[in-house]
Design a binder for this molecule. Structure first.
Ligand SMILES: Cc1cc2nc3c(=O)[nH]c(=O)nc-3n(C[C@H](O)[C@H](O)[C@H](O)COP(=O)(O)OP(=O)(O)OC[C@H]3O[C@@H](n4cnc5c(N)ncnc54)[C@H](O)[C@@H]3O)c2cc1C
Length: 380
């Protein structure tokens, strides 16, 4: 079944779909509204399940080469005292931290030149019996057999097709930054997440002595006062947290940090509609608490290609794709929401009990959970 596939959105999901679909002989074109590859963005964690999904395309090796890795997370209190470790079983590989711009470049380099059409902002699509027609804001159009909707959490394609608002605000807001730490004492080679009553703080080493940090605090959605926080404001909040948190904030300029309210969407009831199939955040944006949003987008891209490869019709392939993805996405989306609630508690009593309980979770439970999360399964 060779088809012409229009992919809308050139983020991680769209580029990965272009890689996996080209590999099975599909004719693909990616339409991205940005006029050039992204250079902004902080760091991102790529977990073993995503690397396993990308193994056949030689992209995994490059991600491993250009990233900094760890065997999991150390969760600590605001004083730096150990709470628990979230470890990847050693046979599954490691978690890799990479600059987002480097990841995009790796994915783009795996595609033949000209695969991505830049500066093409989707406006509408029209499904016909034997084709789908896409219109862009510049007045141009493209026609293909199928459309892959990879246009992110605010997907215009999803809005056109399901006409329903499915956003959920998680109750917290996030800042991210990258700083060079050549001369900063107290930076550890570990991936550390600190849970305190004033908020959560992550410290993730990147290659070339850079550190990716993130901070999450509880807040009302769209609070403009908070959205305008400077690094000095954040320093005020986190000044009593363990080293090197206050110094990382002092070293970051306010212009260099990215702010975003944490929102997910209820996963779509069906990840397809006739000739259109949804992947990545467009289908199921997940809260970032488990570092799995992009990893699941990568799994989507691999499994979609597998379904189109083995099924005789696109209808059969989309039904198969939906069936293979649904349970895993629902589980991870719910687990991630729950983890955010537990980690963001501001109650002194709750956090004291939580920290004690987490220290005593039997190793086999956390091992089994990690196995389920970090094992990519082509059959879903
Ligand atoms: C704070 C934070 C931290 C995170 N950390 C991690 C992590 O460590 N690990 C992880 O796996 N995930 C993480 N995630 C989630 C991850 O960022 C997303 O799941 C991932 O980027 C989704 O990729 P995507 O390609 O589906 O969507 P996007 O990255 O949003 O890409 C969508 C693309 O479509 C384009 N587009 C949008 N509209 C149009 C249009 N009308 N026409 C044409 N193009 C369009 C956009 O310009 C963009 O390039 C994090 C998320 C947040 C908020």
């Amino acid at each position: 079944m060779s088809q012409t596939i229009l992919i809308i959105g050139g983020g991680i999901a769209g580029l990965c779909a272009a890689i996996t679909l080209q590999q099975i002989g599909m004719k693909v074109k990616v339409y991205e509204r940005n006029t050039e590859p992204t250079t902004a963005g902080a760091g991102i964690l790529i977990a073993p399940n995503a690397l396993q999904a990308l193994t056949p395309y030689r992209v995994s090796e490059e991600i491993i080469h250009q990233s900094y890795s760890s065997d999991g997370f150390h969760i600590v209190s605001d004083r730096g005292r150990p709470i628990t470790q979230l470890k990847v079983p050693s046979s599954y590989g490691r978690i890799h931290a990479i600059h987002r711009k480097d990841l995009h470049q790796i994915l783009l380099s795996a595609l033949p030149p000209g695969t991505v059409a830049w500066g093409k902002s989707f406006s509408r699509l029209e499904q016909k019996d034997n084709e789908v027609r896409v219109s862009f804001r510049d007045g141009s159009q493209a026609v293909g057999d199928l459309v892959v909707a990879a246009d992110g959490i605010h997907s215009n394609i999803r809005k056109q097709i399901i006409q329903k608002d499915t956003y959920r605000y998680a109750g917290y807001t996030c800042w991210r930054g990258i700083v060079s730490v050549d001369d900063l004492p107290g930076v550890s080679p570990r991936f550390i997440e600190t849970w305190g009553t004033k908020g959560r703080f992550g410290i993730i080493p990147l290659p070339k002595n850079d550190v990716y940090w993130y901070a999450l605090i509880n807040a009302r959605q769209g609070d403009l006062g908070i959205a305008n926080y400077s690094t000095t404001d954040l320093h005020r909040l986190f000044r009593n947290y363990h080293d090197p948190i206050p110094n990382l904030l002092l070293k970051t300029t306010s212009q260099d940090m990215i702010h975003r309210d944490i929102v997910d969407i209820i996963p779509m009831e069906r990840f397809y509609s006739d000739r259109v199939v949804f992947i990545g955040d467009a289908a199921h944006a997940i809260t970032p608490n488990m570092g799995q949003g992009a990893c699941q987008a990568i799994e989507d891209a691999r499994i979609l290609a597998e379904c189109l490869r083995i099924q005789r019709t696109y209808q059969g392939a989309f039904v198969d794709y939906d069936a293979r993805r649904r349970k895993r996405i629902k589980q991870i989306s719910n687990q991630s929401l729950m983890m955010g609630k537990i980690a963001q508690s501001e109650s002194f009593l709750f956090t004291s009990v939580r920290n004690q309980l987490m220290k005593h979770v039997p190793k086999w439970i956390s091992h089994n959970q990690a196995q389920r999360l970090y094992q990519f399964q082509l059959k879903g």
